[in-house]
Structures are given as structure tokens and as C-alpha cells.
Design a protein around this ligand. Structure first.
Ligand code: B12
Ligand code: SF4
Length: 529
């Protein structure tokens, strides 16, 4: 049977990073079946095109995964495929919590033939075999232990994802027309992929708005170091072979949740030379450890995603995140910047203690720190989170099924001290102010003492991250963005080129000297080449 794994686009920006679940399930599929992957964020297709593709390719099963914010799109795609007689199974965090909705058992229409609840690693093969026989069950889930808890995959051994041979072209971040020039630059920039890798699952912190503790559990399961290092080495080898660049996104929710184990992993990575550039999510409270931050830098860490949420401690207490202290944020970022590591700082507006002006207050504080990539969201009650329950009980859910009428940056509940419209304006203002061409210039200027490569990386990351809020789906939008930021881009390019020329000259000079030295030595010793 041919299987398509499909991820709907997020409607905002294309082509950022592929989703790990697709590659994971592909590698767990029994070998007699063929699996094709399509990510709508990388390869845009209308529903009709997708149905035609499935018919032409004789696809027998489509697996769709979606976060809550994309689930309405996912349902539309599923509806079209089922109408064409193709079996659909849906999985991921949303349908795990709202299985009845996907199966049409809550009074609404049915969207999926089957749903996969929780982590599907250990039963995906069963779904495939059932589908191949045309005998899909409605609900699949992991085995349950005598106490009624899900048996979670141990991650040891971890499935082999054949990154070295997979066709990743749809995920390259380098536009086609720049490929020929960029592949000649340095070690080669003809292709650039951000690849997701996990080293563990689970989080004990249980922040009120988050689905992770409920979904993956409050104890953490780690892969062993050897398996992570081996995967990284294969990626590094591929980047070298293809004259491209691969960066890794460690998608663990808190890579440093066990500092002892992370230090041991980083030491093993360094010892094996498995050091590609990487990004990871780590909470601020764990980054005060100087030894850890040194190891992060030595092991290739470039950007750390920190869920800062709010600069107001009262808000942090409201969402059960007091372990993260706003008063410490500046020191943490200074510590990272001393090692040329920068932070993606994530904030949430519309919390219960937020009032009008929260965006300016927050951005002003951010601008007093080392420059980073701030991202701004809004407090969103995802199904099955403690936040959802609290707001529902208090009768504060304005749109209890907000995902079925998804509207970006329109809150689903009423914040206590501002309106839904005000929260939207605040969020918009924070994004515009943080990614204006002036702010981009100031941010790059603030790190003028760092090597040119780091500053170029910084501006490129800024232009991409802006795309989380501002749609950047077509060439025109990208062109306008480059035009608006032309002064910064032009001066960095000029400096970059001159540094590159100087280093080539120096290289030729050094080679010349070595050549001269070699010939003289050979002449003196009577040796000939
Ligand atoms: C990496 C990541 C991202 C990446 C993008 C996703 C990507 N390309 O990988 C980035 C950083 C951009 C991101 C952004 C956001 N993210 Co995010 N992200 C994650 C993260 C940390 C890892 C995802 C992952 O790969 N997990 C590991 C894989 C193995 O797990 P999995 O995806 O759940 O898949 C397993 C099962 O669910 C199941 N499964 C999944 N799909 C399918 C499909 C089928 C057919 C089957 C059978 C099974 C199946 O099988 C898999 C193996 O067991 C998760 C948290 C987490 N730990 O999962 C949050 C998470 C998915 N994100 C979340 C959110 C809210 C967001 C944002 C909306 C945040 C914001 N406010 O801006 C944005 C959305 C941006 C956008 N425009 O799309 C929430 C989603 C909650 C929900 N109910 O939807 C999560 C769960 C985190 C949380 N705090 O609750 N995210
Ligand atoms: S927000 Fe981060 S720290 Fe808090 S529960 Fe979710 S994954 Fe854990």
C-alpha cells in the first residue's frame, strides 16, 4: 500500500522546519509499504490537487497530523480525501484531546476514519496493517498498564530516521535562484535545512496553558547519548557531501531539564565532533549554570528558545510558571551573549494581569537586553489544559471551540483587565515595533563587535521570524521585506564580501609562503617532488 503523511500549512509562512512526526512514522512503517511525505508549509497544494495526487499515486491511506491552530484546515483536507474514497487517519495533540470531534461523535460532521491517540510510535504499524486490509478501527492508542496509564514509548532504542538519504528538497530554505551562487560560498550554502531532532520527551513543570505535561507525561524519557550523536554525525556528513548547511532544532521541550544528562550528552557530542549549529528550548532558570552554557557553546548551540511568557511575576504565578523569574532574564541573556549565543524569547499577552500598554512595557524591557528574536503570542486555552478547564468553569470562554473558527491573534476568552481587541492591538504592536527595519538595524548594531557571520545570521533569522506573524508566503512579500531592510542588508553584505576577499587573499598568500618554504626546503635537502 502507498501511504501519504500530510501536514496542513499553518497559513502564515512557508518552509520553516519539517515536522518530526512524519519522518518518525515513515521510519516505523513496515517495509512492504511505501510512504510519501507532503508538508503543506513547503509544498502548497489545493485540496483538489491533493485528491488528484492521491488518486494518481494510488494512495491507500492518508495520515494527517495537526496542532489545534491548523485543525480546521486539516479537517477540510480530510473531508475532501474521504469524499474521494481514501482512508484517513488523524493524529497529534489536537485529535488526541478531541477525538469525538474528529470522528463526528460530538454532533458535528465526521472528518477521519480513525484517530491515533497520544504517541503513536508503538502502534503505527498496526494502523498501517489494518488500513491495508481495509479494516481500520476508529480509535488507536498505546497499551494501558494495570493502573490505567498509557505505556509510553521508552525511546530506547530509538527509530533510525535515514536523514542521509531522505529527499529533503521541499524543505530547503534557500530560494532556487540563489542556489548556484550560494553553493560556492564558504563550505557551501546551496541548501539549508533545519532538521528536528528529539533527545527526550515529557516535562514535569505543568504550566497551566501547556499541553505537553498532559500529553507526554511529567517524567522524562531520554534517548541514549550514542543514538543522538550517531544521528547528528549522519546529518553533518550529509551537509558536507551536499555542500549545504544543516542546522538542528532539538525539539525537546526543555533540553536541560536534567542538567547532568545534558552535560554528558554535550560532552559526547563534542568528543565525537557531532557539532552542527543548533537551536534548543531551555527554560531561563536552568541557564544560570556557567559550565552548562560553556558546553552549549562548544557543542554548536547558537540560539536558545526561552519561554519567558511575561515580565510581570503576577502573571507568571497565575499560569503556574514561578520557576521562571523575569528578574533574572537579563543576566541569563548576558551569559549567553558572552558566548555568541542568542535567544528566541517568547512572550504571551492577554494574561490576567495584563493591561493596555503591556506591549510597550515588554518591548522596552526587551530592548534593554542583549538583542534576540522576540516572539509574541496570546494566552490560548488549548483543549485539555488546566487553563481551558479554569476558564470554562469561570464561564470566561468566549469561543469554546475557537479552533473551528480560527482567527489569528483573536483571543478565545476575555482577559480580565483588557478587551480581546486591545489584546490583538498590543500583540500586533509588539511584533511591528520589534521587527521594524529600524529595530532590525539597532539589533545588528548592538552586536557590532561580534564576527560578521554572526551578524548576518542574526538579520536572516530576524527576517524569517518576522514571518510567524506577518504573512510571507510569496516572492512579493519577501522582496518588500528586503527592500525595507536594504540599508542593513547592504552594509552587512559589503562588510561580508570584503572580509571574504581578505581571507581569500590571506589564504593565497599563506599557500604561496608554504609553497615557497617547501621548495626551498626540498632544494636544501636535495628532495624533489
Ligand atoms: C517543534 C515545535 C514547534 C515548531 C514548529 C513545528 C515543527 N515544524 O516541528 C515551532 C517552534 C515553529 C512551533 C511553533 C508553534 N507551536 Co509548537 N511545538 C513544537 C514542539 C516543541 C515539538 C513538536 C514535535 O515534533 N514533537 C515530537 C513528536 C514526536 O511528537 P508529536 O508531533 O506530538 O507526534 C507524535 C504524536 O502526536 C503522534 N502524531 C502526530 N501527528 C500524527 C499524525 C498521524 C497520522 C498519526 C497516526 C500520529 C501522529 O505520533 C507522533 C509520534 O508519537 C511541540 C511540543 C512537543 N513536545 O511535541 C510544540 C507544540 C506542538 N506547539 C504548540 C504551539 C501552541 C505552537 C504555536 C501555536 C505557539 C505560538 N503561540 O506561536 C506555534 C505555531 C506556529 C505556526 N505558525 O505554526 C503546542 C500545540 C498545542 C496544540 N494543542 O495544538 C505544542 C504541543 C506545545 C505546547 N506548549 O503545548 N512549534
Ligand atoms: S511550557 Fe514548557 S516548561 Fe511549561 S509545561 Fe510546557 S513544556 Fe514544560
Amino acid at each position: 500500500m502507498k501511504i501519504l503523511l500530510y501536514n496542513p500549512d499553518n497559513g502564515v509562512t512557508r518552509n520553516f522546519m519539517p515536522h518530526l512526526w512524519m519522518f518518525l512514522l515513515q521510519s516505523l512503517t513496515p517495509k512492504e509499504h511505501e510512504v510519501i511525505l507532503i508538508d503543506g508549509n513547503a509544498k502548497a497544494m489545493t485540496r483538489d490537487e491533493l485528491v488528484r495526487f492521491c488518486k494518481d499515486e494510488n494512495i491507500g491511506l492518508v495520515g494527517i497530523g495537526a496542532m489545534t491552530r491548523m485543525v480546521a484546515r486539516a479537517y477540510l483536507v480530510a473531508d475532501s480525501l474521504r469524499a474521494a474514497g481514501i482512508q484517513v487517519v488523524m493524529g497529534g495533540p489536537h485529535v488526541t484531546e478531541c477525538a469525538d470531534e474528529a470522528l463526528g461523535k460530538d454532533g458535528g460532521p465526521r472528518h477521519a476514519d480513525a484517530v491515533a491517540l497520544g504517541e503513536a510510535d508503538e502502534y503505527w504499524a498496526t494502523i498501517v496493517e489494518d488500513a491495508a486490509r481495509g479494516e481500520l478501527k476508529e480509535i488507536y492508542h498505546s497499551e494501558v498498564d494495570p493502573k490505567g496509564n498509557d505505556k509510553k514509548p521508552s525511546l530506547q532504542p530509538y527509530p533510525h530516521i535515514p536523514w542521509e538519504t531522505l529527499d529533503l528538497d521541499q524543505f530547503s530554505l534557500v530560494p532556487g535562484f540563489l542556489k548556484p551562487i550560494l553553493s560556492k560560498l564558504g563550505a557551501g550554502w546551496g541548501k539549508f535545512f533545519v532538521v528536528p531532532i528529539e533527545t527526550g520527551r515529557g516535562c514535569p513543570y505543568g504550566c497551566e496553558f501547556c499541553t505537553v505535561t498532559g500529553f507526554f507525561g511529567d517524567s522524562i524519557r531520554f534517548r541514549n547519548n550514542e543514538s543522538v550523536v550517531e544521528e547528528l554525525l549522519r546529518l553533518k556528513e550529509r551537509a558536507k557531501r551536499e555542500k549545504g548547511q544543516i542546522a538542528v532544532f532539538f525539539i525537546d521541550d526543555n533540553l536541560a531539564i536534567n542538567k547532568k544528562r545534558l552535560k554528558s550528552l554535550l560532552r559526547d557530542m563534542i568528543a565525537a565532533g557531532a557539532t552542527l549549529p543548533w537551536v534548543a528550548q531551555i527554560s531561563a532558570n536552568l541557564l544560570a549554570d556557567e559550565e552548562l552554557v560553556d558546553l552549549i557553546a562548544d557543542a554548536g548551540g547558537k540560539w536558545i528558545f526561552i519561554g519567558m511568557e511575561s515580565i510581570d511575576p503576577a502573571n507568571m504565578a497565575d499560569v503556574n510558571k514561578t520557576f521562571s523569574k523575569p528578574a533574572n532574564y537579563k543576566d541569563v541573556l548576558d551569559g549567553l551573549a558572552r558566548r555568541n549565543i542568542f535567544a528566541i524569547t517568547s512572550f504571551i499577552f492577554g494574561m490576567d494581569n495584563d493591561t493596555v500598554g503591556v506591549a510597550d512595557r515588554t518591548v522596552q524591557e526587551i530592548e534593554s537586553w542583549q538583542p534576540g528574536l522576540p516572539v509574541f503570542g496570546q494566552l490560548t486555552p488549548f483543549p485539555a489544559t488546566p487553563l481551558y478547564d479554569r476558564l470554562q468553569k469561570a464561564g470566561r470562554l468566549h469561543r469554546p471551540k475557537h479552533w473551528l473558527e480560527f482567527a489569528p491573534f483573536v483571543m478565545a476568552h476575555n482577559p480580565l483587565k483588557m478587551t480581546i481587541d486591545e489584546a490583538k492591538d498590543e500583540t500586533f504592536h509588539a511584533w511591528s515595533r520589534s521587527y521594524s527595519p529600524e529595530r532590525n538595524r539597532e539589533a545588528v548594531e548592538a552586536i557590532r563587535d561580534t564576527p560578521i557571520g554572526i551578524r548576518i545570521g542574526h538579520i536572516v533569522a530576524r527576517l524569517f521570524f518576522r514571518g510567524i506573524y506577518f504573512p510571507q508566503m510569496n516572492k512579493r512579500a519577501w522582496f518588500k521585506l528586503f527592500y525595507d531592510n536594504r540599508r542593513t542588508l547592504f552594509s552587512l553584505t559589503r562588510e561580508g564580501l570584503s572580509t571574504w576577499r581578505k581571507s581569500r587573499k590571506r589564504q593565497r598568500f599563506d599557500t604561496g609562503l608554504v609553497g615557497k618554504f617547501e621548495s626551498e626546503t626540498m632544494a636544501e635537502t636535495g628532495l624533489r617532488k
